[in-house]
Design a protein around this ligand. Structure first.
Ligand code: BTN
Length: 285
């Protein structure tokens, strides 16, 4: 029942649903939940604490962009992890872990009947490296910030578009759960599902990174797609995405040479599936 998806999150119900989380702060508004959790990290807070807000006045996006959504229309959540023992070179996988958790949440909580039984409803999955696509459009933003690398103290910030209308979308290639016809828009249930999935996927990443990456590949819509990779300096690579390596790099078979080339997220300016649009037809399967 979605009487009004923009009603406040039920903090008591949320905490009760999340026994694995030490602390979950639920705010009506704040500047940025990432900034709030970075401050907690600096104070020495233990991991698995989260801050959730119905409205952010200074939400942060990637590449120093801002991130905005009308009050109550989205999930804005940030969580602290201290993955001691994970090699610094592997910490860059955490945004992929977060993307997978969002996919889990959409499959298990948003209530699309066809997703649970593998039917032909909306397609949800990951556009490499960590864009969550719902029917070919971007559903959420993920920003991981480090309070420190060694020892690691990392803040995973996730913004999921829940109830935004077409007019409220920040960019035309975005979407929301409501626009995709999700039966469940209750932000308390969705946030609980998201933090539960994030807890499980982060633990899987630490314990068994091979199985985590196998699950990532199984949910990555870029695998098998014909792609155009824009590299720094204007170079372009046209080919087929054939794999995602254990370190998160994308392997593309070059159309021109037939050779496999490995690209890292940090080296890619844009990844487009050929066919146009944000995701391209190749990622709309
Ligand atoms: C992107 O640019 O795609 C990433 C956007 C990340 C937004 C989320 S909303 C919750 C958390 N708090 C922030 O200030 N940013 C992240």
């Amino acid at each position: 029942m979605n009487a009004n998806p923009r009603t406040p999150i039920d903090a008591g119900a949320l905490r009760a649903a999340l026994p694995a989380w030490r602390r979950v702060d639920v705010l009506e508004n704040t500047g940025s939940t990432n900034a709030d959790v970075l401050a907690l990290a600096k104070e020495g807070s233990p991991e698995r604490v989260a801050v959730v807000a119905s409205e952010q006045t200074a939400g942060r996006g990637r590449l120093s962009r801002s991130w905005t959504a009308p009050a109550g229309s989205a999930i804005a959540v940030s969580a602290l992890f201290r993955p001691v023992g994970v090699a610094p070179a592997r910490l860059g996988l955490l945004p992929l872990v977060a993307g997978l958790a969002v996919v889990d949440m959409v499959r298990s909580v948003a209530g699309f009947p066809s997703l649970a039984d593998g039917g032909d409803g909306p397609v949800v999955g990951l556009k490499w490296p960590n864009d969550v696509l719902l029917d070919g459009r971007k559903l959420c933003g993920i920003l991981v910030e480090a309070e420190s690398i060694d020892p690691p103290a990392l803040v995973v910030g996730i913004g999921v578009n829940v109830d935004l209308t077409e007019e409220e979308l920040p960019v035309p290639h975005a979407t929301s759960l409501a626009l995709a016809g999700a039966p469940v828009l209750d932000r308390t249930k969705l946030t609980a599902g998201l933090l539960d999935a994030l807890d499980r996927r982060e633990a899987q990443w630490r314990r068994n990174p091979v199985s985590l990456m196998a699950d990532y590949r199984a949910n990555c819509l870029t695998m098998g797609a014909e792609v155009r990779v824009e590299l720094p300096g204007g170079a372009e690579l046209l080919g087929t995405a054939v794999d995602v390596r254990q370190g998160g790099e994308l392997v593309v078979r070059d159309d021109a040479t037939g050779e496999e080339r490995v690209v890292s997220a940090g080296d890619v300016r844009h990844l487009r599936a050929r066919g146009g649009g944000y995701a391209g037809d190749g990622l709309r399967r």
